[in-house]
Write a protein that binds this ligand. Structure first.
Ligand code: DLL
Length: 436
């Protein structure tokens, strides 16, 4: 079997060469970081005043961690390392409160991000002959534009349908002969259900592969989607803070996600002691980006739990592989690919008059898609009011949450005192989604 590469020399570089690139990249990032308002305070407090204070990769451990909270604190421009005029685009993801976590990119940063994405697509067997339909949301979310430009750079014909509107998705797939689709795992299942429901003849579709990610999913779910749609499904990991999708990606052997180690430094640490875990054991993934001028991020705590798959891959790439993600060390929920923090929901509830402090969040499945329900107690005054007032309050809460978290939840207004009061640490979230 011929293994496709975009840049074989880099993708199969000996370990010593990868580490040389990492050290050089790290020093450059430190130089950039010291230009930002945020790190120009943070790094000297750890004894780092210049890139020369980093002599080897082992010195990485001297560097402080960066968290989502830090990004929020630095909002909007505290992590900017170049002149504002050099930034050509921003992206954002949800923060733990209403303040989003934003990244800024220069044209060079975008070109590198697109090249990384194109490298992923080639690794999965994509080429300029492919017609790629991107069913992820375009906008601040990176799954739209950052994937799009990588696919274009590879030379594929890209159909930017964005998320939703399943019937139109199917029409485009059929009429243009789409060969690769990019969607969340839950949307792939939804698409399959629609294909059956609409009576599409599978042989009328040219579909060969799906790229999926943005939310956790099991190997069983991958197999199910592959069987149902009769295609190959590739796992893609990324996050907006690290330029979006394609931070780690599966090659044609689909046996773990290659981490692009010339563009990022990956550490797997014990989330309590911050000591590296032995190879093969589960730890929190901590990433340092090496290829971004506008916004350096050093030792970023992803909160994602995974492990390294020991040993080489059959494809010959020397970039190590990550296993599927098993969870997170924080309470972030991923609802149909959208990140939601319970604290964001609480923020809306607490600022709304007529609503009590006791609430409960339920995540469940409705068909193949995720469904978010927020139950909240209302005050006795509102409870005694007529139904129009209560309905208006429900709609207002739904609208405000939708505008903050971009997911429109079901809101159930409850009689005062009707929700269980927890003793000790309040349990406010129940994830009822089956674990496949
Ligand atoms: O989800 C970027 C992306 C777009 C990745 C398209 C893949 C495909 P964020 O919205 O910032 O960015 O969410 C990042 O999503 O920290 C993980 O918890 C989760 N996640 C992303 N990919 C996977 C995956 C995009 N393949 C957060 N498996 C990350 C499990 C994933 N979890």
């Amino acid at each position: 079997m011929t293994v496709p590469f975009r840049d074989k020399a880099i993708e199969t570089a000996p370990r010593a060469e990868i580490e040389r690139i990492q050290l050089e990249g790290l020093k450059k990032q430190i130089a950039q970081a010291l230009k930002t308002e945020f790190y120009s305070k943070r790094l000297p407090s750890c004894g780092i005043n210049s890139p020369d204070d980093i002599e080897s990769l082992a010195d990485l451990r001297k560097l402080p961690f960066t968290t989502k909270g830090d990004l929020r604190e630095a909002y909007p421009f505290g992590l900017l390392a170049v002149n504002r005029e050099e930034v050509v685009r921003i992206h954002a993801s949800s923060g733990t409160t209403g303040t989003p976590t934003v990244i800024y990119l220069t044209q060079k940063d975008l070109d590198t991000a697109s090249d990384t994405m194109a490298r992923c697509l080639v690794a999965a067997g994509g080429s300029r002959h492919d017609i790629i339909q991107n069913m992820m949301t375009y906008g601040l979310f990176t799954g739209g534009l950052c994937f799009h430009y990588g696919a274009e750079l590879m030379g594929a014909m890209v159909i930017p349908t964005s998320a939703g509107n399943t019937l139109r998705q199917l029409k485009f797939m059929q009429d243009f002969g789409t060969t690769i689709i990019h969607a969340t795992p839950s949307y792939l299942l939804h698409l399959h259900a629609a294909i059956e429901q609409e009576g599409y003849d599978r042989s009328s579709l040219a579909l060969k592969k799906a790229i999926t990610g943005a939310e956790p999913h099991s190997e069983e779910l991958r197999c199910k989607i592959q069987d149902k749609l009769g295609i190959e499904v590739y796992n893609c990991y990324g996050m907006s803070e690290m330029n979006g999708p394609g931070v780690a990606f599966e090659c044609i052997f689909r046996d773990g996600l290659h981490m692009w180690e010339d563009r990022y430094i990956f550490e797997l640490l014990d989330p309590e002691t911050f000591e590296p875990v032995p190879e093969g054991e589960i730890g929190e993934l901590v990433i340092t980006i090496l290829c971004r001028d506008a916004m350096p991020l050093i030792r970023y705590r992803t909160r994602d739990l995974t492990r390294i798959i020991p040993g080489p891959c059959r494809c010959g790439r020397t970039h190590r592989r990550l296993a599927r993600f098993t969870g997170r060390t924080d309470d972030m929920l991923i609802i149909n690919g959208v990140n939601v923090f319970p604290s964001q929901i609480e923020e809306v509830l607490l600022r709304t008059k007529g609503v009590g402090a006791n609430y409960f969040i339920i995540v469940d499945k409705e068909g193949v898609l995720d469904k978010l329900t927020v139950q909240v107690e209302i005050t006795s005054e509102v409870f005694a009011d007529d139904s129009r007032v209560i309905n208006a309050l429900r709609e207002r809460l739904r609208d405000e949450m939708a505008s903050l978290i971009t997911v429109r939840p079901q809101v159930e207004l409850k009689q005062p005192g009707s929700l269980p009061v927890s003793e000790g640490k309040a349990k406010r979230v129940e994830d009822r989604r089956p674990k496949d």
